[in-house]
Structures are given as structure tokens and as C-alpha cells.
Design a protein around this ligand. Structure first.
Ligand code: DGT
Length: 230
């Protein structure tokens, strides 16, 4: 474990002197993070880092995302450990762009998903404690510094319909009640601000809007994301 920590420290030191303005995009499953990232990806000054879902689907041939949904009690610890590692890699990825836009973060992995799995008894308390120890260490080392959070706010009923339509094979067990619970955690964290600390100021967008009109909503935060207001 020590050598892994040393390696991460080295990566972070490399990045330290040239930290870009860092924005994380958060919201429920199916809230439209990918569409948001695609829209802002057209700017040359923004480095877009999508969520590593395909990496989770193929860890040396193992589909960890699929295993987590099939048998969360058995695989949640494995999955959340890998999510935390791959998210950290995104936080630490060097870029020459002045702005870095990341889909999700170590924060939502810990505050939303680990929290829910632990509350549901699907992640054993000792396992969740180990993930939390790693998480706290990442934060203490300033490896996941964030300047702005964009919260794509949706209603659970709408994201449920989108998830049914996209038919991602691993997500066939995702229920409306699961989405309602995840929605509530996002709300408490990013809207009411009653659960956990926000690592940066939050911009809230109405992500219930249809794709055809959502660009007007995105434009509201363009100057914030391009860091023109600082
Ligand atoms: P979208 O539709 O563009 O807003 O983005 P999604 O829904 O593809 O992205 P996301 O991050 O909400 O979820 C991708 C899948 O991975 C989804 O089935 C939920 C799952 N997922 C993402 N992060 C975590 C995590 O930390 N823990 C667990 N258990 N599942 C996660």
C-alpha cells in the first residue's frame, strides 16, 4: 500500500504547479452528464474527462459494473475500490488546457454511492471504512481539488425513463426507488447542502429539459466554466 501511495504522491506533485480550473459534473444516473460534456468538449481550452465506465466494464476481462449490479453484496467493495482509483486518476491526469471538466468525482463515488450501499447493508461497515480511509487520505493530500461543481438536477421519474430507453445491459436492475434514493442524496449534498461538505461552489442546472432545448440551459454556465468570471 505504501508504494502505491508514493506513486500517487509523485503524480500529484508533478501536477501541482500547473493546476487547471477544475469543474466536476454531478447528478443522478441518466441526468445527461455525457451530453453536457460533449457540448463543452468543443472548446479548445477545456480538457474533458469522461467517466471511465468502459474501464469498469473491462478490468482484465472482468465487467465490474455488471458484477456490482448482479450481486452488490459480493462485489460492491471491489467495484467501489476500482471506481475510487479510476476517479483519482482523472483528478490527477495532467493537462495543458486551462480548464478541466470531469464527469463525476471521488466525491460523488464516496458521498452518494458508497453511502447508499453502506446504508442498505450491501457494503459491510469494515469495507466502507477502508474505502473512506483512502478517500480521506486523497482529500488530505489535495489530490482532488475542485473549483466548481455543476449539478445537473433532474427528477427521478425522468432519469428512470431515460435509463429504460438507453437499455444499458448492466442497468436492467436499476429501479425507480433506487433512483429516488440516489436523487435524495444528491439533493441533500448539492442542493440543500445538509449532507457532507461541498468541495467547491455549486451551479445548479435544470437537466429535466429535452435535448433540443438544453443548450440554452448550458449557456447559463458557460462563462463560469470557462473561468471568465475570475
Ligand atoms: P449520464 O446519463 O450521461 O448522466 O451518465 P451515466 O448515467 O452514464 O453516468 P453515471 O455516472 O451516473 O453512471 C454510470 C453507471 O455507473 C450507472 O449505472 C451508475 C454507475 N455508477 C457510477 N458511479 C458509481 C459508483 O461510484 N458506485 C456505483 N455503485 N455505481 C456507480
Amino acid at each position: 500500500m505504501q508504494s502505491v501511495k508514493n506513486l500517487i504522491t509523485k503524480m500529484a506533485l508533478k501536477q501541482k504547479n500547473s493546476r487547471p480550473f477544475t469543474v466536476i459534473v454531478e447528478g443522478n444516473i441518466g441526468c445527461g452528464k455525457t451530453t453536457f460534456l460533449e457540448y463543452f468538449g468543443k472548446h479548445k481550452s477545456i480538457c474533458v474527462l469522461a467517466e471511465p465506465v468502459d474501464i469498469w466494464r473491462n478490468a482484465d476481462g472482468h465487467n465490474l459494473l455488471g458484477l456490482m449490479y448482479e450481486d452488490p453484496k459480493k462485489w460492491s467493495f471491489t467495484f467501489q475500490s476500482y471506481v475510487q482509483l479510476t476517479m483519482l486518476q482523472n483528478h490527477l491526469k495532467p493537462t495543458t488546457c486551462p480548464v478541466k471538466l470531469i464527469e463525476r468525482s471521488v466525491y460523488s463515488a464516496r458521498y452518494c454511492f458508497v453511502e447508499k450501499l453502506t446504508n442498505d447493508g450491501l457494503l459491510a461497515k469494515p469495507s466502507s471504512a477502508v474505502i473512506d480511509k483512502w478517500f480521506q487520505w486523497i482529500i488530505e493530500q489535495n489530490f482532488a481539488q475542485v473549483d466548481l461543481i455543476v449539478y445537473l438536477r433532474t427528477s427521478p421519474e425522468i432519469v428512470y425513463q431515460r435509463i429504460l430507453q438507453r437499455k444499458r445491459p448492466e442497468e436492467k436492475t436499476v429501479s425507480l426507488s433506487y433512483l429516488r434514493a440516489l436523487h435524495q442524496i444528491h439533493e441533500d449534498w448539492l442542493y440543500h447542502k445538509t449532507l457532507f461538505q461541498c468541495p467547491a461552489p455549486t451551479l445548479i442546472l435544470n437537466a429535466n429539459l429535452e435535448k433540443s432545448v438544453i443548450e440554452q440551459e448550458y449557456e447559463k454556465c458557460e462563462s463560469h466554466i470557462l473561468n471568465l468570471r475570475h
